[in-house]
Design a protein around this ligand. Structure first.
Ligand code: UDP
Length: 240
């Protein structure tokens, strides 16, 4: 049972339950992927049926960002709480450091994934980091091959939306990985290049505001949020 937020079906799970599911998928039989849509992604999916399908075919669809939670309340189908992509990623890494499945980091500018790998190795002793690749490639074939050759069970795919979700759905199965997670800018955070908001901002659901202060260039992207919430309010009770 998923909660429909304007065409995207969200899983209503706690962070711990989501991470347990992710860890199980990493040991699973087939290939699956996880997406962490924020309001911007839901808006993109509204106008793009292919993208909507790719999101809805994910094994886990986690609400990243307080905007999705507000929308769920306005729609009268309240989700329990947000599961930020980076928190899911960290909880998953904690589990993988114990169980031993290898992790590949894909995305961000050259050098960032390596730096992230080094820091994650220090933070999660025992974590098997088996490869990295930057996110500015033209040809996917060598990247697929690099993941395959690394033997990674899990790959973090951080190419920005909607590229990362399309990439996981199209190329994921050929990599031999069991699980991919689309995580936007998290490698920049893990590498220490972008700071996360202080805990107080996170608790109050104001992480977006902190990011806006640090990177005013995001204002254009964020201006879409009020329109998103208005649409949610207008759609309450209506079937898509
Ligand atoms: N990126 C990439 N390849 C591209 C475009 C973007 O690897 O072709 C990376 C970019 O360097 C950044 C991430 O994708 O690390 C997207 O970050 P953003 O903050 O836009 O994502 P969000 O977390 O807001 O979804």
């Amino acid at each position: 049972m998923r909660t429909d937020i304007m065409g995207v079906g969200f899983d209503d799970l706690s962070l711990e339950a989501a991470a347990d599911t992710g860890a199980a998928l990493a040991r699973g039989e087939g290939f699956s992927y996880v997406v962490t849509p924020n309001p911007e992604i839901v808006e993109l999916a509204r106008d793009n049926e292919d993208y909507r399908r790719v999101l809805n075919q994910a094994a886990l669809v986690l609400p990243d960002g307080i905007g999705v939670i507000y929308a769920s309340r306005l729609l009268g189908v309240p989700l329990g709480g947000r599961v930020p992509g980076i928190d899911f990623a960290s909880a998953l890494l904690e589990r993988l450091a114990k169980s031993g499945e290898g992790v590949f980091l894909l995305g961000a500018k050259p050098g960032v994934a390596e730096e992230a790998a080094q820091r994650l190795g220090e933070r999660y002793p025992g974590l098997n980091l088996c490869g990295t690749h930057h996110g500015y490639f033209q040809d996917s074939a060598p990247v697929v091959e690099a993941i395959r050759a690394s033997g990674a069970a899990v790959a973090f795919v951080c190419l920005g939306a909607p590229k990362q979700e399309f990439w996981m759905a199209e190329h994921g199965p050929a990599t031999g990985a069991k699980l991919m997670v689309g995580l936007g800018g998290v490698l920049d955070v893990y590498a220490g290049r972008v700071k996360r908001a202080p805990a107080a901002f996170q608790k109050l659901g104001l992480e977006w505001f902190y990011r806006l202060l640090r990177q005013p260039s995001r204002a254009g992207r964020m201006a879409k949020l009020p329109a998103f919430l208005l649409r949610a309010a207008g759609q309450k009770g209506k079937r898509p």
